[in-house]
Design a protein around this ligand. Structure first.
Ligand code: SER
Length: 337
């Protein structure tokens, strides 16, 4: 008999940390956590097993397929947008081939179980590419401006389509795989700010880096202009969104991929907020033209009406309450330790 598990790839990443904590709190501890590095000490007691390995290693995925019965896959492993620009080929391998490998695992599992496997894929605001000044545009829906300007954005947009293909069309020529057996669900995340972890290699890293630097009494050189605006949310809302989307009845979902948003301060407005709580904070600007142009190609606002209607998406935190009730208390507590 194979062990029944939930598979999480990229488990050590920021979303992985938040998701494992949240699933554990809900009593779901049958998690097989896969990561390139040993599972971090803060989550390793909350999982069934940790596996050190690469999503490009087909033998490893074959081993998982033979040893475990996988009901749900949260495929979080990825190279983020700035890092992907430095190594586009490797990014394509990890972000696209890696995702295809996981989708194939999900199909194999669905075939052997003879039932449904759920698949969560974190997509990104990076799928958008706005060629003109974005300030004049209203909220952007899922179907507009899907012309990514980064390798990461191209990878995410294509993988959304790979997921939809496997969910809706793959069965047409596969006798042993039935329609509906791969239940693919995805969220296009805006920038995410966690009080507990700091992102690496992303282009939306300027806000999390800014507040974590201030909390540690460190000077911060923000790599985008003060007037740079894009959507953000805090980690608890991002995790809640994953849990809610994955728990929704399938008939409620009118699409596979959903935008979600919470607030969209400019970098300058966020810096002012940081200074309200850390008056000594030294925040300056040292613009990185390349990273600036990436953020400039991402919408200033997104339209998340579909998520609100279909599965009742509603962020718990706006900018003020994010600072007051989540970021400041948690970050302060963390650096006081
Ligand atoms: N946070 C991501 C990045 O900056 C965007 O999804 O790459």
């Amino acid at each position: 008999m194979r062990k029944k598990i939930i598979l999480i790839t990229g488990a050590n990443g920021e979303i992985g940390h938040g998701l494992i904590n949240s699933l554990y709190a809900k009593g779901m501890d049958n998690i097989l956590a896969l990561d390139l590095h040993p599972i971090s000490s803060s989550i390793k007691d909350k999982i069934l097993e940790g596996l050190i390995g690469n999503i490009l290693d087909k033998n490893l995925l074959e081993q998982i397929n033979s040893e475990y019965e996988v009901s749900t896959i949260y495929h979080l492993a990825a190279l983020l947008s700035t890092r992907a620009e430095f190594s586009p080929q490797m990014a394509h391998e990890v972000n696209v081939t890696g995702t295809l490998n996981l989708l194939s695992l999900a199909v194999d599992q669905a075939k052997s179980i003879g039932g449904r496997v759920k698949f969560f894929f974190p997509s990104s605001i990076a799928v958008y590419g706005i060629g003109k000044s974005k300030g004049s545009l209203g909220p952007i829906s899922e179907t507009e401006y899907c012309h990514p300007q980064t390798m990461y954005g191209c990878n995410k947009l294509y993988c959304e389509n790979l997921g939809i293909y496997h969910a809706n069309y793959y069965h047409r020529l596969a006798d042993d795989f039935k329609s509906g057996h791969l239940d693919f669900r995805s969220i296009r995340f805006p920038g995410i700010i966690s009080a507990v972890t700091i992102p690496t290699g992303g282009t939306s890293d300027f806000l999390p880096e800014m507040i974590h630097a201030a909390a540690q009494g460190q000077k911060y050189d923000c790599f985008v202009r003060k007037d740079t605006r894009m959507p953000f949310m805090v980690m608890p809302d991002a995790i809640q969104a994953i849990i809610d989307l994955m728990a929704a009845d399938k008939f409620q979902l009118s699409q596979h991929v959903y935008n979600i948003g919470a607030f969209n301060p400019s970098a300058g407005e966020f810096a002012d907020k940081v200074r309200e709580h850390y008056p000594e904070a030294e925040i300056h600007n040292a613009i990185n033209g390349k990273r600036q142009s990436i953020v400039d190609s991402w919408p200033a606002q997104i339209d998340d009406e579909k998520a609100r209607t279909d599965w009742s998406w509603s962020p718990k935190f706006d900018l003020d309450s994010a600072f007051k009730n989540y970021l400041i208390p948690k970050i302060t507590q963390q650096y006081e330790r």
